[in-house]
Every structure is written in structure tokens, then in C-alpha cells.
Ligand binder design. Structure first.
Ligand SMILES: CC(C)(COP(=O)(O)OP(=O)(O)OC[C@H]1O[C@@H](n2cnc3c(N)ncnc32)[C@H](O)[C@@H]1OP(=O)(O)O)[C@@H](O)C(=O)NCCC(=O)NCCS
Length: 172
């Protein structure tokens, strides 16, 4: 269900670009990830894919979402430096027409198995009021590590341009 994006494959670069274009029309559904979604030309899309560790989420062969792994920072959103090089942060979204059907959880579950097989420890961030993502992470065995206060000088999440509190989660 998940497939690593490859910047040397034209269909992957085009698939990523097209996914982002669809996501840009789903501001309401993707409000938690929306500030980081920007339109890309092909060169930029290729550069992003080659820099980050990103996966397509597919349903039958169709691209329905994506999952990012942040190996360079433990926190994909605020970029807090890693204390443990094996600790990685994941972020994900599913297009609205596919959400609520068990597909997001299945994709994240698959990513967890893959990352664990590579010896990685996994963390994630959510906005404090992102009920669906929080329920999903809890259901997958994630435990709350700490609150990420919007008043610490930076914020991971914004709604309508206003910062909101976040939560850091860790698996196991
Ligand atoms: C978060 C997201 C990836 C989850 O994927 P999904 O396919 O919609 O969710 P699933 O159908 O797999 O459900 C996963 C769990 O979420 C919870 N959930 C699903 N729908 C829910 C709802 N309407 N209300 C509350 N909890 C809900 C349930 O606990 C469910 O697990 P269960 O069915 O085993 O109880 C998806 O909703 C999404 O892309 N949301 C917008 C982007 C986003 O918030 N990304 C995460 C940023 S931290």
C-alpha cells in the first residue's frame, strides 16, 4: 500500500505533483498539513522527493495520499534536533474522499513495520485538536510524550493563521 517515491522516475514526480495539486483544493480536510502544502514545478518536485524520505499511499494502484519520514529531524514540523539518530518522525495525509475507510491506519501500520525492520524508533506530532490522527496513533500503540505549547516561540500547527497546541507521540 505504501511505495517509496523515487525522484528518478518521471511517473513518481508527476504523481507527487498531481497529489499536491489535489491536496491544495482540500484546505478544510487538510487543515493540519495545509500550511506546508505548496504548488511545485517539476524541478522542485524532483528535488523535494530526492531530499526527503517520502512514500505514496496507494489504494489499488491509485495515489490517495502520502507519508513523510523525517530522518534529519525528530520532529518534522518544528525541526527539533534528534537526540537519537534512530528516532524518526512520521507525517501523513489521505485525500478526503478516501479518509475514514481504514486506509490511513493501514498505510501507517505498514510504514511502522517497514521502519521497525530497519531498526528505527518512531515518533509523530499532532495538533492537540486533531481527533482523528490522535485516535489513530493511540490505536496503533503510540503514547503521548509531551505537549508542544504554541507559546514556546514557535508552533507546529496553525488554524486560520493562528497557532494551536501540539502533542508529541512515541511508539512503544
Ligand atoms: C489522519 C488520517 C491520515 C487518518 O486516515 P483515515 O483513513 O482518515 O483514518 P482511518 O479510517 O484509517 O481511521 C483511523 C482511526 O482514526 C480514528 N477515526 C477515524 N475517523 C474518525 C472520526 N470521524 N472521528 C474520530 N476518530 C476517527 C479511529 O480511531 C480509527 O481507527 P479505528 O477505526 O480502528 O477505530 C486522515 O484522516 C487525514 O489525512 N487527515 C487529514 C490530515 C491529517 O490530519 N494528517 C495528520 C497530521 S498529524
Amino acid at each position: 500500500m505504501i511505495e517509496k517515491m523515487d525522484s528518478t522516475k518521471k511517473e513518481h514526480v508527476l504523481g507527487f505533483k498531481s497529489l499536491i495539486k489535489k491536496a491544495m483544493k482540500q484546505k478544510k480536510h487538510l487543515k493540519w498539513v495545509y500550511p506546508t502544502i505548496k504548488s511545485y514545478d517539476l524541478r522542485k518536485a524532483r528535488k523535494i522527493i530526492s531530499y526527503y524520505d517520502m512514500y505514496f499511499i496507494r489504494n489499488d494502484n491509485e495515489i490517495i495520499g502520502m507519508l513523510d519520514v523525517y530522518p534529519k529531524n525528530t520532529c518534522g514540523n518544528c525541526g527539533m534536533p534528534p537526540k537519537d539518530p534512530n528516532l524518526i518522525d512520521i507525517a501523513y495525509f489521505i485525500l478526503s474522499e478516501y479518509s475514514g475507510k481504514g486506509l490511513g491506519k493501514k498505510a501507517v501500520q505498514e510504514a511502522i513495520m517497514l521502519l521497525k525492520s530497519k531498526g528505527k524508533k518512531i515518533s509523530a506530532c499532532t495538533a492537540k485538536i486533531n481527533e482523528v490522527s490522535i485516535n489513530m496513533l493511540k490505536g496503533l500503540g503510540f503514547k503521548k510524550v509531551r505537549n508542544c505549547s504554541k507559546n514556546r516561540g514557535y508552533s507546529c500547527y496553525f488554524i486560520d493563521g493562528k497557532p494551536v497546541d501540539g502533542i508529541k507521540w512515541r511508539l512503544g
